[in-house]
Design a protein around this ligand. Structure first.
Ligand SMILES: Nc1nc2c(ncn2[C@@H]2O[C@H](COP(=O)(O)OP(=O)(O)OP(=O)(O)O)[C@@H](O)[C@H]2O)c(=O)[nH]1
Ligand SMILES: [Mg+2]
Length: 407
């Protein structure tokens, strides 16, 4: 009997130890699963990558976008960054604005910077919510050459990585070179580089793509956007690219960081000058439109992909923009499923009517806002409505529409 009871004690001890090991293992797995779920839903930031050669106007555009979006407006939405980054951006805007300063110089090869912008929304009760953001990489245009033309030298790894993870690719066409193209004097490399850029955009069908024409102040006095698109359309790679079947939208957007009012201009020698007229101020043109379309197009493009096949099929989260998944889940239109074991894929399922809701969020966020209650949900919709208004007032041509109207 004694032997038996000793055995029993051992057995009980062993079972207890084994049991608590199982409990510890399970609770570890559950904790890891929670962390994976949080991670899958945390990234509510749209990643934007501009692709432009040296001198094409990337840094001036960054400064102008910040200027346009940082001061807020009637929607109660503005963008903010941390103190150090705000300091860097204010140095750039001051250089554009101040009569005694020179516009920003070219970005140095090692000065690649990722700018993280957060939307700050003042809610109805006067509180502040930070529902989502945008990241934007600024880098020396020298990296863009090897990025668009593989096989030469390698671009910096951080530039390569940013291009791979971006949700939106914005190819930059330098307005000054566009004018020469329109005059029939495009330089030797113009169409080769344009072809390379288009190829890069074409190879990334999962991303939203825009072509931005910078320095519109030098183009517009002589040529309209329709003129420029009609000319680009004579270039076969461009024509093929815009006719390519895609989920995302494809736009051409003109911007001018100098603005159209003549405050900033180049003199006959090509030196950048600032007007001495006291009532003229730096007033960039259409510079927030690319960013506004970026968020909207990410939502629209991903919604269209999610609608493929049966509505309630499981999809892998990583195949969609993190922003789209996180916003869809926040608004209750998607449910995110995380397996207990860490090697299983994180998936999402569109909820009943989720697709209609997501489509409405992409196209008419205001309509969805009436239905949601939580401040986080309302504020993300407030940002989308704000950007919607920006796009409605901005200049652009959607190329799929263009094809329909001209065929
Ligand atoms: N007319 C006109 N010139 C512009 C505009 N934006 C930029 N520029 C000029 O174009 C030149 C290049 O602008 P940046 O913004 O430095 O170009 P970038 O693409 O950042 O160049 P890198 O940093 O060298 O790759 C500068 O001399 C600017 O003054 C614009 O909207 N209109
Ligand atoms: Mg630069």
């Amino acid at each position: 009997m004694e032997v038996l009871s000793e055995l029993d004690d051992d057995l009980v001890g062993w079972l207890v130890a084994g049991g608590s090991a199982v409990v510890a293992l399970l609770s570890g797995l559950v904790a890891r699963r929670r962390a994976r779920r949080r991670k899958a839903l945390r990234d509510r930031s749209v990643k934007v990558m501009v692709v432009g050669l040296p001198e094409s106007g990337k840094t001036a555009l960054l400064a102008s976008m910040f200027r346009r979006l940082a001061y807020g407006g009637p929607d109660g939405v503005l963008v903010e960054t941390d103190r150090a980054t705000t300091g860097q951006l204010l140095a750039l805007t001051r250089a554009m604005e101040h009569r005694d300063e020179e516009v920003p110089a070219g970005t140095l090869l090692d000065d690649t910077t990722n700018y993280e912008f957060t939307f700050l929304v003042t809610d109805d009760g006067g509180g502040h919510v930070r529902p989502c953001g945008v990241s934007y990489l600024d880098y020396a245009g020298e990296h863009a050459g090897p990025l668009v033309r593989p096989g030469t030298t390698e671009p910096a790894p951080e530039v390569m990585a940013a291009a791979a993870r971006s949700d939106v690719l914005m190819g930059i066409l330098d307005g000054q070179r566009v004018v020469r193209m329109m005059e029939g004097q495009a330089d030797e490399d113009f169409f080769t580089e344009l072809g390379d850029l288009i190829l890069l955009l074409a190879r990334a069908p999962q991303k939203a793509a825009h072509l931005i024409i910078t320095k519109w102040d030098v183009v517009h006095p002589r040529f309209s956007l329709a003129d420029v698109v009609a000319r680009l359309d004579l270039f076969p790679p461009f024509r093929q690219f815009r006719g390519h079947r895609r989920h995302g939208v494809l736009r051409v957007i003109p911007v001018s960081s100098f603005g159209m009012n003549g405050y900033l201009f180049r003199d006959a020698e090509g030196v950048v000058c600032k007007s001495g007229k006291p009532d003229l101020h730096w007033d960039p043109y259409n510079v927030a439109t690319p960013l506004a379309f970026a968020l909207r197009d990410v939502m629209t493009g991903n919604t269209s992909r999610a609608s493929e096949g049966r509505a309630n099929r499981r999809r892998r989260v990583r195949e969609f923009s993190h922003f789209f998944v996180a916003v869809g889940a926040l608004l209750g239109m998607i449910s995110v499923q995380v397996p207990l074991l860490s090697f299983g894929a994180v998936e999402f399922v569109l909820k009943r009517n989720g697709l209609a809701g997501l489509a409405a969020v992409a196209d008419r966020p205001q309509e969805v806002e009436d239905r949601v209650r939580r401040p986080q949900q309302r504020s993300v919709l407030r940002v989308l409505s704000f950007l919607d208004r920006l796009t409605a007032n901005g200049a652009s041509i959607e190329l799929t529409q263009y094809r329909r109207s001209t065929v």
